[in-house]
Design a protein around this ligand. Structure first.
Ligand SMILES: Cc1cc2nc3c(=O)[nH]c(=O)nc-3n(C[C@H](O)[C@H](O)[C@H](O)COP(=O)(O)OP(=O)(O)OC[C@H]3O[C@@H](n4cnc5c(N)ncnc54)[C@H](O)[C@@H]3O)c2cc1C
Length: 423
């Protein structure tokens, strides 16, 4: 039964007035709801999914250094694996093994992580409603005055003072407000299989940059001794995502040696925004957080913890505005995001720009471009030194490795580079 905007569905637990409505219970939304509830606000967190965290649309890995920097307490039961290094395989001929802090990582079970994060918000007093979708909003003077929700098949109208749009890469709130925070071509398409390996996996996360992938990268993200997410994230991927991963997995020597595609535990797909740092976007009484705001570490695409941190900022700023009855306080969101994230998001945006620049250089071959992009991504080469490296790319792989090794030694990087010998 559809209700008119003036009726309120009273059969469930939803009420009419909330101080903060958080749309989306991913990392950004749950963190926002927790902060708003802890700030004393009557908060409603909704997600259209019937089970928060499912389906997963993510590689599920988080950088250990960011966990420490942000001081986020990850529930131990949400940690599937821990990696103390990352291997970069470039153009199938060079390997960089990095033990640098950024490249140590934890793999999460996001189904568990997301649900427990929403539970934390609930424990702090937020109302949490899975199976509840934002359908529409009404505006007055550019501010959202009411939101129509589909709650277990029934329409409900709520009237929030502040809305936090944490509803992901294809934000419903942004669409309803007629906003485009970043263009469609700043989006990588992702496809991933969770697979069981034929044998024990080599240690570390693997990142593959090679012409067979295109502008982006492939990965193996361990989730256990013989279980891993194997996926691709590509800007401008054309055609079927399943065909792309099946073709790549069959042709890549490391993947094909380790995995059979007839042991697929889960298929995960999604789009990852790569615009880099957009600060804390605020429109009227709406704060955008997480993927909805493009708050990811660009190119690498790490968004779980940045979204969580920015969501915390959004929730805290909303609570402060409501407590002091000053909606002008919402303008502090940008500052809050910068304080929480430090230079991490800006560094991500600079890395992305350097990689896109290298990819656009048609004076070098595709294979050379993937080597260059991989050296920039693994931080073996700083973006400002790319020009010096360009003439070297046409030399032998051994010569490239030798030269980069010297630079790495000078910078005392906890990383090594070697030539991959084909068997
Ligand atoms: C293939 C792939 C691999 C990735 N791998 C990694 C990785 O390994 N590590 C990493 O850090 N990041 C990774 N990311 C990025 C990461 O998944 C996101 O940055 C992160 O999930 C963003 O969190 P969020 O809370 O902003 O949005 P989301 O996690 O997308 O949550 C948004 C929520 O909003 C809900 N929603 C949407 N519309 C509505 C509506 N109208 N009403 C109610 N609810 C709604 C959705 O159901 C969803 O639960 C990956 C992304 C992709 C696509």
């Amino acid at each position: 039964m559809a209700l008119t905007p003036h009726q309120v569905y009273t059969g469930g637990k939803l009420e009419r007035d909330y101080e903060v409505l958080v749309v989306g219970a991913g990392p950004a939304g749950s963190a926002a709801a927790l902060a708003a509830a802890e700030g004393g606000c009557k908060t409603l967190l909704i997600d259209r999914k019937n089970e928060i965290g499912t389906p997963v649309q993510c590689g599920e890995v988080v950088g250990e250094s960011l966990v420490r920097h942000l001081g986020i307490k990850i529930p131990p039961q949400a940690i599937a694996a821990v990696q103390d290094h990352t291997r970069f395989l470039l153009d199938r001929r060079l390997m960089v093994v990095s033990h640098e802090p950024y490249w140590r990582s934890l793999t999460l079970e996001r189904k568990i992580f997301d649900k427990l994060m929403a539970a934390r918000a609930a424990e702090a007093g937020a109302s949490v409603q899975a199976g509840t979708r934002l359908m529409d909003v009404s505006l007055r003077d550019d501010k959202v005055v009411s939101a129509t929700l589909m709650h277990h098949g029934k329409e409900v109208v709520v009237r929030p003072k502040v809305v936090i749009a944490a509803d992901g890469a294809h934000s419903t709130v942004a669409r309803l407000l007629g906003l485009k925070l970043y263009p469609e071509d700043a989006m990588a398409k992702g496809i991933e299989y969770e697979l069981v390996a034929r044998k024990r996996l080599p240690s570390g996360m693997h990142i593959f940059l090679e012409p067979e992938v295109g502008l982006g990268y492939g990965w193996i993200i361990p989730k256990g001794p013989r279980r891993a997410n194997v996926g691709l994230g590509v800007i401008g991927m054309e055609g079927s995502r399943r065909d792309a991963i099946i073709d790549w997995a069959a042709g890549n020597p490391v993947i094909s040696e380790l995995f059979d595609l007839d042991q697929v535990l889960e298929v995960k797909r999604g789009d990852a925004p790569l615009p880099g740092f957009l600060g804390g976007p605020c429109q009227g009484n709406v704060l955008f957080a997480g993927d909805a705001a493009g708050q990811t570490l660009a190119f690498v695409g790490e968004g779980i913890l940045p979204s969580y941190a920015c969501g915390t900022g959004a929730g805290a700023v909303a609570a402060s505005a409501i407590r002091t009855r000053s909606m002008k306080k919402l303008d502090c969101y940008d500052r809050a995001v910068k304080d929480l994230m430090g230079s991490e998001l800006e560094k991500g945006a600079a890395l992305k720009d350097a990689i896109l620049g290298a990819w656009a250089d048609d004076s070098i071959t595709e294979g050379q471009r993937t080597v260059l992009c991989g050296l920039i991504m693994s931080e073996c080469v700083f973006p400002e030194h790319v020009v010096d490296l360009l003439p070297l790319l046409s030399r032998s792989t051994t010569q490239i490795a030798k030269r980069v090794r010297l630079d790495m030694e000078k910078r005392r990087m906890r990383a090594r580079i070697s030539v991959i010998r084909r068997r």
